[in-house]
Design a protein around this ligand. Structure first.
Ligand SMILES: Cc1ncc(COP(=O)(O)O)c(C=O)c1O
Length: 422
């Protein structure tokens, strides 16, 4: 298994707090100082920050409104308006947003929650946090869960289905909602990777009983971290078992010094349980200021990503050993996933491409390891999930960030072509 080069199995690649972001910036600086020639020309997932982002950070720091402040209300209103929902609850991460959504949907001890096996592992801890059991569903040809794969995973205990739209590409959530209707199963629209995507003009995140967004790393709007739970119907929120707002994010070291040991003791996991991987905190005003600036450039961000996807398709369309995973019309085009068919059995062409691109200083990654194949998650496996198992090793993700110029897109495509034809 090529876990070293694959994401998703590596939780530390999912930093959602400012402290994590800071430490990765330090790591980057360190690696630059130590190996300037190996510093990537195009690093992975460059956030789309503008002058307004830096002005937002300065404003919030200089006015001392880091923890609470006016940006929180503004981002909340903007999310409500953009998604056309009734209510939005801000929190510290997309993971916590999922937990709040599950609680509001009445999911609890012993219930089953269907999640895709081919996904970021971040979807698992929120399910465990509410005492529920994750049930893995296979994915379809487009790498999202489908009505068929969800149907195959349903049991009498199923209480909710989490529907992520991977790589910005909308899943067929309408069909999954139809399937769940009448069965007392809630559908959570996980738009963590697909902010800005639409289905027939309706924003992704606004389908289902609750939806979530993320401003974490490697997202369309990658900020300093933060998540939002949205509800089309405020009533769901009222029905929530425990919808108390999580404690405020506390930047003061003094405060952390006294509260963190206490909170971690309160949150301590029992024997054999994985530790809580995300903090139960609200969004900080600083994070909201960054998220606000990113929401304001969302349209342009997505439009530019779509152009990169179109360019890859044009440049690579004649290659027989490459399948470019489709993006639906309304996709937010987070990345372009490519399946590389090996020339011979046992050959790992995808890794070879990643390595050659890495040598050319393009930081490209493989895609997810199916969650049910990762040891701590194997205890919940019920079936072989053949589509995810058969494709994952052949996948690479090409960058579509606005920061990646067309010259870079052309170079990346020509390197990919050279390797597959060598
Ligand atoms: C589909 C999906 N849902 C939820 C999350 C959790 O978001 P966060 O990183 O903000 O906790 C992620 C994170 O990558 C994700 O990819």
């Amino acid at each position: 298994m090529r876990d070293e080069i694959k994401r998703s199995s590596v939780p530390f690649r999912e930093p959602s707090s400012i402290l994590h972001s800071r430490s990765s910036i330090l790591d980057l600086r360190l690696s630059f100082r130590l190996h300037p020639s190996s510093f990537p020309r195009v690093p992975l997932a460059v956030p789309y920050w503008s002058g307004a982002t830096y002005r937002g950070i300065l404003r919030s720091v200089l006015t001392g409104r880091v923890v609470t402040g006016p940006d929180l209300n503004q981002i909340q209103s903007l999310v409500i308006e953009t998604l056309g929902v009734e209510e939005a609850v801000l929190c510290g991460s997309g993971s916590l947003a999922l937990e709040i959504a599950l609680r509001a949907c009445g999911v609890g001890q012993g219930d089953e929650v269907v999640i895709p096996t081919f996904c970021c592992t971040a979807v698992v801890p929120p399910v465990l946090a509410v005492g529920a059991v994750p049930v893995f569903a296979d994915v379809g040809a487009e790498l999202n869960i489908t009505v068929e794969t969800v149907d195959a995973a349903l049991t009498k205990k199923t209480k909710a289905v989490i529907v992520p739209h991977l790589f910005g590409n909308p899943a067929d959530i309408g069909a999954i909602i139809d399937l769940a209707r009448g069965k007392n199963i809630r559908v959570i629209d996980d738009a963590a990777q697909a902010l800005g995507a639409t289905i027939d003009g309706q924003p992704v995140g606004s389908f289902g009983d609750a939806g979530i967004l993320s401003f974490g790393s490697e997202k369309v709007c990658a900020g300093l971290g933060g998540g939002v739970v949205v509800f089309r119907d405020k009533e769901i929120l009222k029905r929530g078992v425990n919808i108390e707002r999580p404690r405020a994010l506390l930047f003061s070291m003094l405060w952390r010094r006294w509260t963190l040991p206490l909170l971690s003791r309160l949150n301590a996991a029992g024997p054999g349980e994985p530790p809580a991987p995300y903090r139960k905190e609200t969004m900080a005003n600083l994070n909201a200021a960054v998220a606000l600036s990113l929401m304001q450039t969302l349209r342009k961000n997505v439009a530019v990503r779509r152009e990169r996807v179109a360019a890859y398709r044009e440049l690579l369309r004649t290659e027989e050993r490459l399948t470019l995973m489709p993006h639906q019309r309304g996709s937010a085009c987070l990345t372009q996933v490519v399946r590389v068919l090996p020339k011979r059995r046992g050959e790992d062409s995808a890794s070879e491409i990643i390595e050659v691109l890495g040598n050319a200083r393009y930081e490209i990654q493989g895609s997810y390891v199916p969650i049910h194949l990762i040891p701590p998650h194997q205890k919940w496996v019920r079936d072989t999930l053949s589509q995810a198992e058969s494709v994952w090793e052949d996948l690479i993700e090409l960058p579509c960030e606005p920061d990646v110029s067309f010259d870079h897109v052309e170079r990346i495509a020509s390197i990919v072509k050279r390797v597959v034809n060598s």
